[in-house]
Structure formats: structure tokens, C-alpha cells
Ligand binder design. Structure first.
Ligand SMILES: [Zn+2]
Length: 334
């Protein structure tokens, strides 16, 4: 179990000076104090029954993924003002800087901004690029953006909209990859894998797929075989399938391990060890990531501490920076 105040946390923080973050959702990285300020500034009310103190963070293991996702009832209600996108981007990058993150691939579904800010998809993407770019520069962090589409009926049309926005902006180099997220029990449109493969080929995007987070081994296999994933988000279910582990190893597909998140969502049950050691035994590459650090009230340093509590060494953590660089979709990292 990833004990919140395990002494290893401090040890990891003391000895690791540079970090790379490959799996973090921008919305899940906004400090709670910033959320409160923006909600007040925009006079946004909380949904019925939502208790800010109780529901905005997830600090203990949840009974279901749906329970874990409760904070998103609020995270989709802001920012309505352009200036508040700047404000939240600065807060996100500041908290990454506090965790000694030198480069980050930030994920966002982008399109939620079009409704909030009454703008086109291209404007939403442009604003996201500008806000995160300026914040990253201010904090001395290299950042790339990953566009997230969600499983379900709208996955294909949302991807088409996002790709058109990317084309409209002249294929900005800030965008480095595509991500598929959402409820793994939900089917996706039949044309989605081919669309993602085509975008990978045409634009050189890296592909990362949330798969095997809630127990579905076949989703991990589909991520590799159908979506040509370069990386797998979570991938915990693969730990129990030696053939699949061998496939990930043979293809060099990297698993984005989010130790704290995996405990909070129940992806790794309380009474089971995290499959990190299985990944290692089979030669599956992995990177330690934080997923939604502000929702957890933790940071990447804590996730690395949690990985050490699962049996990894300080030496493993010190090597993580180079591993993250190797599997990053960003170019020219030094
Ligand atoms: Zn995630």
C-alpha cells in the first residue's frame, strides 16, 4: 500500500533532482486553492449536492472509478474567462516546478473550453497553447500538449474536430501526441483506431491509450494492436497476463504507472502488490507518473516515493528522468 507519509517519500524527494512527467491531466493538476479562487471570480456555483471540502479531492481509496471522478463535476465548469486559463496554467506549472519537473506532457480534452469561453475549437487550442506555453516558460519547464479524446459515441467526431483545429493553427509543434481516456467499459466508434493510426502516421504524434486501468486486459492488447500505442496509461491489468507483458516488452511499449492514482481508483486493490515488479521481471519499460496530483493532494515526488514503497529503489527513481526522456513524445530534450 502506498502509505501517504511513508518515510521513503522524503528519501525520494531528497535524492531526485530532475523529473519528467508523461501522464498528467491538466485539470487534475490545478491546485484546489486556485479552483476556489476561479470559481469565486466567475461566480460559478457548485452542482447540487457537491461539497467542496469533501468532493474536490480524493484522498482515500474509492469504491469505484465513478466515485474517483466526482471532482470532474466541477472541473468542467471553468475557466470561463481567458485570464483564468492563464491563472490556472501558471498554478499547474508552479506545482510541477515544486516537484522538480523539467519537462511535462500535459493532457487536455481542449473542447470543453469552447463552450465555457464561447470560442471555436481552434481558438480553444490556441489559448491552451499560449497559456501553458507562457506558464512553462515562466517556470523554466519544457512542455508538450497531448490531446485527449474520450471513449464513447463522440470519440471519433471529437478527434476529427481536434485534428481540424490543429490543422487550422498550422500544425503547432506544441502538440506532441494523442490520448484515449474514459470509461473502459464503454465501446468506441469502429473508425476510431484507424483515425488514430492515420494521425500518428500523418503528424508524427505519439500515441498513449488509457487501458487496463479497470481490469480489462483486452483493452491493453487493443491499444497495442489496433491503436499502435507507444505508451499505455496505467496498464495494471497487464500484470496478470504474461503473454501480454512479453508483447509490451517485445514492442517496447512503455507503461505510465501512476502508483497513487492506481490505489485511489482501486485499479490495484488494497490487498495486492502493484504489478511494477511484474513489469520489471518481463522487461516492460515503465515511467512513474502522477495522473491527477492536485486531486490527490500530492505530487510526482510522492508518486516516486509510493513506487519505492512498492519495492523500487532510489537508484530506479534517479534513472526515471532518463527513462521519461526516452519515451517522451517531445523532441530535443536535454
Ligand atoms: Zn490518466
Amino acid at each position: 500500500m502506498a502509505a501517504p507519509n511513508d518515510a521513503d517519500d522524503g528519501e525520494a524527494q531528497a535524492h531526485v533532482h530532475d523529473r519528467g512527467e508523461l501522464h498528467v491531466h491538466m485539470n487534475g493538476a490545478i491546485p484546489v486553492s486556485t479552483i476556489r479562487e476561479i470559481m469565486a471570480d466567475e461566480a460559478t456555483s457548485l452542482p447540487a449536492g457537491f461539497d467542496f471540502g469533501r468532493d474536490m479531492t480524493r484522498l482515500a481509496a474509492c469504491k469505484s472509478l465513478a466515485e474517483y471522478l466526482t471532482p470532474w463535476q466541477v472541473l468542467r465548469l471553468f475557466p470561463k474567462k481567458r485570464a483564468n486559463l492563464d491563472r490556472l496554467a501558471h498554478a499547474v506549472l508552479a506545482s510541477l516546478a515544486e516537484n522538480a519537473v523539467r519537462f511535462v506532457e500535459l493532457r487536455s480534452s481542449v473542447l470543453y473550453l469552447t463552450g465555457l469561453q464561447s470560442c471555436t475549437p481552434a481558438q480553444a487550442l490556441e489559448r491552451l497553447i499560449e497559456s501553458t506555453g507562457s506558464a512553462a516558460q515562466h517556470h523554466g519547464i519544457r512542455r508538450g500538449l497531448i490531446l485527449t479524446v474520450t471513449r464513447g459515441d463522440y470519440g471519433a467526431s471529437n478527434l476529427a474536430t481536434l485534428l481540424q483545429a490543429y490543422e487550422d493553427l498550422g500544425r503547432p509543434k506544441d502538440v506532441v501526441g494523442l490520448d484515449l481516456a474514459g470509461d473502459e467499459e464503454m465501446p468506441y466508434p469502429a473508425e476510431l483506431p484507424a483515425m488514430i493510426r492515420k494521425a500518428k502516421d500523418r503528424y508524427g504524434f505519439g500515441i498513449t491509450i488509457h487501458a487496463g486501468e479497470t481490469g480489462r486486459v483486452e483493452n491493453v492488447r487493443a491499444a497495442v494492436d489496433l491503436f499502435l500505442a507507444d505508451r499505455i496509461g496505467h496498464g495494471t491489468a497487464a500484470g496478470k497476463d504474461p503473454d501480454l507483458l512479453n508483447l509490451l516488452s517485445a514492442k517496447g511499449v512503455c507503461v505510465e504507472v501512476c502508483p497513487i492514482s492506481n490505489r485511489l481508483t482501486g485499479a490495484v486493490p488494497r490487498d495486492e502488490a502493484h504489478p511494477l515488479q511484474e513489469f520489471r521481471r518481463h522487461g516492460v519499460p515503465f515511467v512513474i507518473c502522477s495522473d491527477n496530483p492536485a486531486i490527490h493532494q500530492r505530487g510526482l515526488a510522492d508518486d516516486q516515493g509510493a513506487a519505492m514503497a512498492e519495492g523500487l529503489s532510489i537508484c530506479d527513481m534517479q534513472q526515471q528522468y532518463e527513462v521519461a526522456k526516452r519515451f517522451s513524445f517531445m523532441e530535443g530534450l536535454t
